[in-house]
Design a protein around this ligand. Structure first.
Ligand code: ADP
Ligand code: ASP
Ligand code: MG
Length: 424
């Protein structure tokens, strides 16, 4: 029996009862003979509440202090969980990200893990303890400051520790029974998958399925760590995410379409009246990159012949909207565009599936479904295994439901269960 890393998300430890329930589950795993490392998120919506609080004090807080504040959430849950386990008669020790050896770069609020040196975790395990690690945080290699890994970052902590400790599996416990063909909060008839390949999960995660964080899946693929996504509220087997389908009595096949994802966390910026000559787009995106902002979709309109001016639109996380508008305003002296438009009432819908490469007609069916649902499309982007569109935010729900049905993904059995969480 090997080492297991288990990660419990905020909804699984939302209150004292949740913490005690999770503690029992951890103890059961230990009793089954495993060494157990647990990564825990902040309780319920604690992180959002801390962010709201910071905004009331300072609209653009310093990254270092913001990270210091946010890591407090995970510290609360790790200590309470260790106490609950001890109360069940088992030994547990809690560790901050820094104590657990999670070393990052120094980009506050979205630091990247560059090394994991889990010496103290190894020692704790060797001494027979259950190790509890605060998710979503680390310490910067150069300045030794406390950093956070970006929203949902506990998933990445879990996989990084699983890789560093050579764990058998990384179990991600959440408030739904696994990875579904769409967000069960939006599509009641979403179907749970038994298995999904890393490649498809990466696309789902990067296009908004927050059940797993994109970076965590990337990390798991690089180190070939199988992930088991499952509910902490039920005993049901969840979804395996790995390179190859597990060999069971019933072989699992790769579906043509894996699922439909959506994302309402992005905004759209349009740079209006950009001179249509070489170098202008480069200057715009250099200004955005220098502000350390990641962008997603980009479109440039055909320029009006009469004026020689064009519009360039791109999407980015809403949380970066303010910074991006400032960076572009500063760049206006160089680029000489007319104006900037900011729109945060957008949503993105994506269809993901490896079978897209070889099955003609997928794109046509996708657009027909949107058209039948009366949804207007503002931007389009594609990859080999994904099609994404941007629409008005109010159209997202009907669009996801329409596309899900059009590809025959609706389940005819049980409705997907959402056990907890607020969906925030
Ligand atoms: P945790 O607090 O456990 O990290 P999250 O809220 O980050 O949980 O992720 C779980 C949520 O992800 C679910 O409650 C569900 O609403 C959402 N979700 C989005 N897309 C999917 C999907 N394809 N399958 C399952 N859940 C999804
Ligand atoms: N508590 C952090 C968040 O809400 C990290 C996590 O839950 O993964 O984003
Ligand atoms: Mg999460």
């Amino acid at each position: 029996m090997g080492l297991v890393v288990q990660k419990y998300g905020g909804s699984s430890v939302a209150d004292a009862e949740g913490i005690k329930r999770v503690a029992r589950r951890i103890v059961d795993t230990k009793k089954a003979g495993h060494q157990v490392v647990v990564v825990v998120s902040a309780m319920g919506d604690t992180t959002d509440e801390l962010i709201d609080l910071a905004e009331q004090v300072s609209p653009i807080p310093a990254g270092r202090e913001f990270d210091m504040l946010l890591t407090a959430g995970e510290r609360i849950s790790m200590a309470l969980l260790a106490m609950a386990i001890k109360n069940l008669g088992h030994e547990a020790q809690s560790f901050t990200g820094s104590q657990a050896g999670v070393i990052t770069d120094s980009v506050h609020n979205k630091a990247r893990i560059i090394d994991v040196t889990p010496g103290r975790i190894r020692t704790a395990l060797d001494e027979g303890n259950i190790a509890i690690v605060a998710g979503f945080q680390g310490v910067s290699q150069d300045k030794k400051d406390i950093t956070t890994l970006g929203r949902g970052g506990s998933d990445t902590t879990a996989v990084a520790l699983a890789a560093a400790l050579d764990a058998e599996v990384c179990e991600i416990y959440t408030d739904v029974d696994g990875v579904f063909t769409a967000d069960p909060r939006v599509v009641k008839k979403a179907r749970k998958m038994d298995w999904i390949a890393f490649e498809d999960m990466l696309e789902l995660a990067s296009s908004g399925s927050k059940v797993l964080l994109h970076r965590c899946v990337e990390y798991a693929r690089r180190y070939n760590i199988p992930i088991h996504v499952r509910s902490s509220f039920s005993g049901l087997p969840g979804t395996w995410v790995s390179n190859e389908p597990p060999q069971g009595d019933r072989p699992m096949e790769q579906a043509i379409i894996s699922g439909v994802s959506h994302d309402t966390s992005e905004a759209k910026i349009t740079v209006v009246g950009v001179p249509d000559k070489p170098g202008e787009a480069a200057t715009i995106f250099r200004a955005i990159a220098d502000a350390e902002i990641n962008i997603d979709m980009v479109v440039q309109n055909v320029s009006a012949a009469a004026t020689g001016l064009t519009d360039i639109s791109f999407t980015l996380p809403k949380t970066e909207g303010h910074k991006a508008m400032e960076a572009l305003t500063r760049a206006q002296s160089v680029i000489a565009f007319d104006s900037l438009r900011y729109d945060d009432q957008i949503g993105k819908i994506s269809l993901v599936g490896a079978g897209m490469k070889t099955n003609p007609g997928v794109t046509a069916t996708f657009f027909e479904a949107l058209s039948n649902a009366g949804v207007n499309i503002e931007l389009i982007s594609t990859s080999e295994i994904r099609i994404s569109v941007v629409t008005r935010v109010d159209d997202v729900k009907p669009a996801v439901q329409a596309v899900h049905s059009a590809f025959g993904l609706d389940s005819d059995s049980d409705e997907a269960v959402v056990y907890g969480g607020t969906g925030r």
